[in-house]
Design a protein around this ligand. Structure first.
Ligand SMILES: [Zn+2]
Length: 404
């Protein structure tokens, strides 16, 4: 058996033991099976599971809107510790389970342990990233500084004063912190290890970071399904976890690809409380060939190869064209607009060009109005520029970034 077949076969039991009973009690899962012509008791192995069509994030957003708050996916009687809102909006429940988002495995592979003081630079507000990592770090006994995003100068100060040994966050933010500390008087930051995620890590940035931080490892995950891949010491792809089924599936029919070809990353999380089943992340990847020299048995994703859907990631957060349209249509003083995403000095820059609806509008006032509406509606800080006209039919979101 190939390692891919072994990996998949290891989940047969969990399909039978966890998802089959869940399909009897979780209303949305039962409905989904019925729509695919399946009965709950048909869920006997991974092959049976693969008969279910892939569910997209947009499907889930629609389902939640029709049947709030969780679209019928929460098992009756489940106690929830937290509820997050990620862009869409999409609500994610966190059942009362230790390390529900399964981050500890990835942190441990990067050497995180009980002697670490971790500067966690993911947001703790609404979106789950901050807490996802906090929970993983807690399981390993790390001390966490909940820095979140923003408060940049204070985060530099805290990392220095408290002698933080580890970092979690965007790679671009890590670079900015290190640069800031180097500019200032006083000792430099001495992170021994870092987990970076939510944006690409081009070789030039990786080299820059590794000159200052001995261990830099990438992690891959999503708000809906938690940790889905991590780099080991061999740094040759992202090992998928052994407690959630990660598949790479054909874009047309959703069937799993076992040949190493490119496709959409599709995940199944075996939670009896909130089963995430054949969820399409919208990310493109492929499985690397061969075994890893580290000896971990799970296959490796080659990394992030792009997006299959419309949403684009900016500064680690998704920007959804549908949500953009909804927010921008609420500004009557704007007649046309487009969003441009670019990359300057390893940082994403988001710009919004707007055409005023009437002549003689006060530009300064319009810029402030658009900026504030976007910030409250999309949670993005954006540079607003008033322009005379835009090409007819311009896409609402254009991604100009290139990755070296
Ligand atoms: Zn490995």
């Amino acid at each position: 058996m190939s390692s891919m077949e072994e990996y998949r076969a290891a989940f047969d039991e969990r399909v039978f033991d966890v998802l089959r009973p869940a399909a009897h009690t979780v209303p949305a899962l039962g409905t989904r099976l019925a729509e695919a012509g399946l009965q709950p008791d048909d869920l006997v192995d991974v092959a049976a599971l693969d008969r279910l069509p892939v569910q997209s994030k947009d499907d889930l957003i629609d389902l939640q809107a029709k049947d709030p708050p969780f679209g019928g996916y929460l098992a009756p009687g489940t106690k929830i510790r937290r509820i997050f809102q990620s862009p869409g909006p999409l609500y994610e429940p966190e059942p009362i389970v230790d390390d529900h988002w399964r981050g500890a495995t990835a942190l441990e592979a990067a050497g995180f342990g009980s002697s670490d003081i971790v500067l966690n630079c993911f947001g703790y507000h609404l979106s789950p990233a901050g807490v996802m990592f906090e929970e993983g770090a807690r399981v390993l006994g790390c001390t966490v500084i909940p820095a979140g995003v923003g408060n940049f100068d204070l985060a530099v100060r805290a990392a220095r004063d408290l002698a933080a040994t580890a970092y979690i966050g965007l790679p671009s933010y890590l670079k900015a912190l290190l640069e800031k500390a180097e500019e200032q008087d006083g000792p430099p930051l001495r992170f021994e290890r870092a987990i970076v995620t939510a944006e690409p890590l081009p070789p030039s940035l990786r080299n820059w970071l590794e000159e200052r931080v001995p261990t830099v490892r990438q992690l891959y995950g999503t708000a809906e399904s938690g940790m889905l891949g991590f780099e080991c010491e061999a740094v040759s792809g992202l090992h998928v976890p052994d407690d959630a089924l990660v598949e790479v599936c054909n874009l047309d029919d959703g069937s799993p690809r076992l040949d190493g070809g490119e496709g959409q990353v599709v995940v199944t999380v075996f939670s009896a409380h909130y089963p995430v089943v054949r969820f399409g992340t919208g990310d493109l990847s492929a499985f690397a060939s061969g075994e890893c020299s580290c000896g971990r048995p799970t296959p490796r994703l080659v990394g992030w190869l792009g997006r299959s859907g419309e949403a684009v990631k900016v500064r680690g957060m998704f920007l959804h064209p549908r949500q953009v349209t909804a927010v921008m249509s609420g500004i009557p003083s704007v007649s046309a607009y487009r969003f441009l995403i670019d990359r300057v000095d390893h940082k994403d820059v988001l710009r919004c060009e707007v055409v005023p609806a009437a002549e003689g509008v006060d530009h300064h006032h319009l810029v402030t109005e658009v900026h504030d509406t976007i910030r409250s509606g999309l949670r993005f800080d954006v540079e607003v520029q008033v322009v005379r006209a835009l090409e007819a039919g311009a896409a609402p979101v254009t991604d100009l970034r290139t990755w070296d």
